[in-house]
Design a protein around this ligand. Sequence first.
Ligand code: HEC
Ligand code: HEC
Ligand code: HEC
Ligand code: HEC
Length: 190
Amino acid sequence: MTKQSRCTLVVWLVAAVVVEISASALLSAMAPAAGDDPKWKVTRPDSDQQPDEADNSFCLVCHINLEEEELVDIHRPHGVGCELCHGLSDAHSADEDNLTPPEIMWTKQRINPRCMTCHLRDELLASDGGGEDHKEVLARWADEDKSDDGERYCTDCHGEHRIANRTRIWDKETGKLLKQTGGPKMDRQK
Ligand code: HEC
Ligand code: HEC
Ligand code: HEC
Ligand code: HEC
């Protein structure tokens, strides 16, 4: 083992422990934030400023199946694009073998808190269309024994934000590559 790879291993081990601790803290408290690492943060844009439409073209070169997807579509005019939700991810985009993960991935546990950094709880509960739904969702989500297995996460109802056939699976917390099946085969249907 080279000095460098040993060093990398140590970094991974430390990262794994940190993630383990923050994950269990998250589960017990059902609290949104894990530490102050900016990696986890999705920032709410300044609502006083009229944002430019988000430019997603860089990512859509490969992720063409998400071009007209609902979650992408509703956010684009408001300046919320791939980058705001997944990070700049230059290294991911430039990796021809596609072994490098994007910067921000979303575990199920992170979906609601992150969506709710921009869509505040009170606004969700007060919304005309989704108010009742949101009340039930937030109650279910807070229910730790998970006896009610109805919709629990925002993306259960909002969007079709998926890749049907995965060829790369990363650990969404650490970015570690867990599975690789052949070359990348992205969905081409819209
Ligand atoms: C970085 C901030 C940000 C994040 C994160 C974010 N949104 Fe949004 N979202 C907005 C903005 C800004 C709008 C447009 C203004 C508005 O309706 O609040 C919007 C609009 C929406 C709308 C349409 C609202 C309407 O009026 O029809 C839905 C639905 C929505 N978001 C769901 C989600 C879900 C689900 C997530 C998590 C996967 C999410 N958003 C994450 C900022 C964000
Ligand atoms: C059980 C399904 C369901 C789940 C889960 C759900 N929503 Fe909704 N949501 C709705 C419905 C239905 C509407 C009203 C129709 C529409 O705008 O799509 C709505 C509307 C919205 C709107 C627009 C509100 C407005 O004032 O017009 C936003 C923003 C939103 N949802 C965000 C979220 C976020 C964030 C989550 C996760 C915390 C979430 N939703 C989870 C069903 C759901
Ligand atoms: C409003 C925030 C938001 C925006 C904007 C957004 N994403 Fe996502 N993305 C998410 C969330 C949340 C998930 C996890 C969805 C889930 O597990 O239900 C996700 C998951 C994904 C996945 C993994 C899907 C799978 O099958 O596991 C890909 C690929 C992806 N996003 C690419 C993109 C690209 C490319 C763009 C821009 C065209 C984009 N995203 C824009 C929030 C966003
Ligand atoms: C050169 C092609 C390419 C470009 C450009 C690209 N991606 Fe990807 N991306 C991939 C491949 C391949 C996968 C793995 C798909 C699979 O499982 O088959 C992936 C997976 C993802 C995932 C899923 C991560 C998860 O949760 O498992 C996200 C999120 C993502 N990309 C975001 C982005 C964003 C944001 C951009 C633009 C900044 C981008 N990608 C640009 C090829 C690309």
